[in-house]
Unconditional design. Sequence first.
Length: 71
Amino acid sequence: MFGSSDPVAEALMAWASIGLVVAVAFLFFGFDKVDPGAHGAYAVRPLLVPGLVLLWPFVLWRWMRLAREGT
């Protein structure tokens, strides 16, 4: 039991790890660009981490799309 690897657990850990990296990068570099009205809202940012970790592909897609458009 302890020696075998569970592919579902490994996939979830990979998803969460990538999501955490994207969440931290987004909160430091992209949050103000995506929502200019949230400039300086530092108390709100930790509350967004669980959602960003879970939905990181959509966050990354939206962030890259806005960066390409130049907004």
